[in-house]
Structures are given as C-alpha cells and as structure tokens.
Design a protein around this ligand. Structure first.
Ligand code: HEM
Length: 164
C-alpha cells in the first residue's frame, strides 16, 4: 500500500512537470505568432544605411522593401517613405514632414481608399514582405488596432458599400 502511494505521488509529480512543460511550449508558440512591434525610433533606423534593410510603414503595417532600394534608399525619388509611416503622403504626394498632424478621418473615403490601395500593394508584392506593426496612431504597444484605425476602416467600408 505504502509502495503504491509512493508510486502514485511520483507519477503525479511527473504529470505536473510534463503538463507544465507542455504549457510552456504552447506559450512560446503563441508568442512566436505575435507580430513584431516597432517604435517610431526603431523604425527610423531602417533606411538602408550601409546596405542594411529598408522598412516603411503604411496604415501602421511595416514592410521590408529592401528589394526596392532604387526607389527608397537615400537619394532616390521615394526615400521619404523609408523608416517611417508615410500613410498621408501616399495620398497627398507631399514628401516633406510638416509639424501639423493630419487627421485621416478628415479625408474623403476615396482618398482614404488610395492609402489602403498602397497598403495592399505592399502586402501583395512579390518581393516586399510584412515585418510587423508600428506602435502609434494605428496600433497600440501590444499590436492591437486603435480606435482611430477602426474608424478609418469603417469609413473605407462605407465607401466600398457605396461602390457596389
Ligand atoms: C501621390 C503621388 C505619388 C505617390 C505616393 C507615388 C508613390 C510611388 C511609390 C511608393 C513608388 C515605388 C513603388 C514600388 O515600390 O515598386 C512609385 C514608383 C513610381 N512612380 Fe510614383 N508616386 C506618386 C506620383 C507619381 C507621379 C506623378 C509620377 C509620374 C510623373 C510617378 C511615377 C512613378 C514611376 C515611373 C515609378 C516607377 C514604376 C516602376 O518602375 O515600377 N509617381 N511611386
């Protein structure tokens, strides 16, 4: 009897350790599927210096556009977009930073659609790829969409419904 309880206590300990290990693995897998979150400062270093990668952000989604260095590297026509979120410039064509912050919700749905088309361009591109999200206007520090992004998407949906 005493042997039996000794064995069962040992078995329970083994099962606890086993399930603990399984849970740790599951947590690791969950973490691995979480998007990388960039701060503005981190993103600003990806401008292709010393042949390093070039990242840009549109609507808070960060893409590696290193293969497009002829467009985005320093001194090229679209270098403005490198290392930052250029969402508004994708529509306005103004490739200069201003102190005045523009509210995307003030734009017409078809103007917002142009920004979304650029986002889709990067998402679908053969040699550019998604690398994470930018913490700021569109995503919070955990990568969840902000109310602002939800409102922008809602305005976009209204446009798509009207287009049908
Ligand atoms: C709102 C204004 C504009 C924006 C935001 C814009 C943005 C861009 C971007 C981001 C690229 C690079 C695409 C890539 O990574 O493959 C590009 C390429 C290009 N853009 Fe613009 N552009 C604008 C206006 C113009 C205008 C007015 C012209 C012509 C007068 C023009 C001519 C071109 C050309 C020729 C390319 C290269 C296309 C290729 O070789 O595949 N863009 N543009």
């Amino acid at each position: 009897m005493a042997t039996f309880s000794f064995v069962s206590v040992r078995l329970s300990w083994y099962s606890l350790i086993f399930f603990g290990l399984v849970l740790t693995q599951v947590e690791c897998l969950k973490d691995a599927s979480i998007d990388r979150i960039f701060t503005e400062e981190e993103l600003s270093s990806y401008i292709g210096e010393n042949d390093g990668p070039i990242y840009l952000s549109v609507l808070g989604e960060v893409y590696d556009v290193s293969t497009g260095k002829d467009f985005y590297a320093a001194g090229s026509g679209y270098s403005y977009f490198a290392g930052k979120d250029g969402t508004v410039a994708f529509f306005s064509g103004e490739f200069e930073d201003t102190t005045e912050k523009k509210n995307i919700l003030d734009y017409k749905p078809n103007q917002i659609a142009a920004m979304e088309e650029w986002r889709a361009f990067y998402e679908d591109h053969e040699t550019y790829f998604f690398v994470g999200k930018l913490e700021g206007d569109f995503y919070d520090s955990k990568g969840h969409p902000t109310q602002y992004l939800n409102d922008i998407k809602e305005k976009l949906n209204i446009k798509e419904e009207k287009d049908l």
